[in-house]
Design a protein around this ligand. Structure first.
Ligand SMILES: Cc1ncc(COP(=O)(O)O)c(C=O)c1O
Length: 450
């Protein structure tokens, strides 16, 4: 029997601890009870646009019955069996092969996880493993970037470059180093021409490797387009230069494609935009369109060979109960089949351009510092002064107030600081895409009074 909304809120406050939690921000939670396509419905019957596709993951939209049926059928057939070495199952095998066929040409094999953090943790450990097998056991350090988000585990948190995730959980794990990202809007070098800016910020990696000693650095991890940090799109020179530096110093390049993987930027994998191939790809989220928890790493031929050809004493002792979960993998296969059948990667590119064009109209409002995006991920960064890039006083919580108003007008989205983030489902209808920028226009104008 359905429980009334006020009772649900009471029980929630009494018994549920949420991600990023403080009860002061949770007195009037939206309790979602239903989703259809790009729309969510709360317990009070209100309809909102799911402006972030859940948490960047629900690419196919809500209520997809094909996915529901595949999950039910796989549960009836085989809900779980161990995928530890010596056993396997058809969905895991078929999904791994499918993912490799869609990934960068140098990719060869998949290890499955259940979330993005676990994928990044697996990437770090696999990088260390690779260097140990290759007789360089001191290559253990991981370099990452400020403003990045890589997940909640101790290693992934230590690579994460958003300090609020560290404050109450420090100290960070040793051997994690962070450099500045190519974030033009808030950078003292933001006036440089874009290509030069890309090279200059990529060179921070070379400086860090030399400072640490190349013989100690295992890997560099980067989101091709930073998501949670505020949809930071790199200049086109950035990743080609990063690849050069990684090659020069024998440092593995890990692409954290937990958000960008499987079509979000308008390509199957985002480094394709710049003709770059990583050594390891972390993925999660979109592989099942968020319907079930599944993630993993895709590894290059060279790394897969290191694992396959290692002597028995150097076995890849990396394990999790739910690696290769048959139900999650069956839903993954169906998700990718639908993305292909409906040309949704191409649609994400087209809808992304439409969204960005709509958002550019927000430049009529002086409180809009920058609008940026790639494919179907975009951000509106609010600022007190666009020319000098002076930000609003964080105490004013401008974006938070804008989003509260947007929510009342029918758009649900998130912000980090004053960076409002948008990533609707790939199937979002054109008129809903247009409505997103209309609602934001109205909300920003109303809240900032200009
Ligand atoms: C780029 C990136 N990496 C890793 C993660 C962590 O994924 P999860 O929350 O599934 O552990 C996220 C989560 O949003 C992410 O955006």
């Amino acid at each position: 029997m359905a429980v009334a909304a006020p009772e649900l809120v009471r029980l929630d406050l009494e018994h549920l601890i949420h991600p990023n939690y403080h009860p002061s921000e949770h007195q009037d939670p939206l309790i979602f009870v239903k989703g259809r396509g790009a729309m969510l419905y709360d317990a009070a019957g209100r309809e909102v646009i799911d402006g972030l596709a859940g948490l960047w993951n629900v690419t196919l939209g809500h209520g997809n019955t094909e996915l529901a049926e595949v999950a039910a059928e796989q549960m009836r057939t085989l809900a779980f069996a161990s995928a530890y070495a010596g056993s396997s199952n058809p969905p895991a095998i078929q999904l791994a092969a499918k993912i490799v066929s869609k990934a960068y040409p140098n990719m060869d094999a998949v290890y499955f996880t259940t979330a993005g953090a676990e994928s990044n943790e697996s990437a770090f450990k696999t990088a260390r493993y690779y260097w140990k097998v290759n007789g360089q056991p001191d290559k253990v350090k991981v370099i990452s970037r400020k403003f990045s988000y890589h997940g909640l585990t101790l290693g992934a948190m230590s690579a994460t470059g958003l300090p609020m995730y560290h404050t109450m959980f420090g100290p960070l794990a040793p051997n994690f180093i962070q450099i500045d990202p190519p974030y033009r809007f808030q950078s003292p070098w933001g006036d440089l021409p874009e290509d030069e800016f890309g090279i200059k910020t990529a060179n921070f990696l070379e400086e860090a490797i030399l400072r640490e000693g190349p013989e100690t650095v295992a890997a560099f991890i980067a989101e091709p387009v930073m998501g949670a940090g505020g949809v930071i799109v790199p200049p086109k020179t950035y990743f080609p230069r990063i690849r050069e530096i990684c090659d020069k110093y024998n440092v593995l390049l890990i692409a954290d494609e937990v958000i960008t993987g499987f079509g979000r930027t308008g390509k199957w994998f985002a480094l394709e935009h710049w003709g770059v191939q990583p050594d390891i790809v972390s993925f999660a989220k979109a592989v099942t369109s968020g319907y079930l928890p599944l993630g993993g790493i895709i590894m290059s031929k060279e790394i897969a060979r290191a694992i396959r050809e290692a002597p028995a004493g150097q076995r890849y002792m990396h394990a999790a109960t739910y690696s290769g979960h048959p139900v999650c993998c069956a839903v993954g296969i169906k998700t990718l089949e639908i993305v292909e059948r409906e040309n949704l990667v191409e649609r994400a590119a087209r809808m992304g351009e439409r969204l960005l064009r709509g958002l550019e109209r927000l430049y009529e409002l002086p409180a809009v510092g920058e609008v940026r995006g790639l494919g179907l991920m975009a951000a509106v960064e609010l600022a007190e002064d666009r020319q000098t890039r002076k930000l609003f006083d964080p105490q004013k919580e401008t974006a938070k107030r804008v989003l509260a108003m947007a929510r009342d007008l029918g758009l649900y989205a998130r912000a980090v600081g004053d960076r409002i983030e948008l990533a609707p489902p790939f199937i979002t209808p054109e008129e809903v895409i247009d409505r997103i920028s209309d609602i934001l226009y109205e909300s920003i104008a109303e809240v900032t009074g200009r």
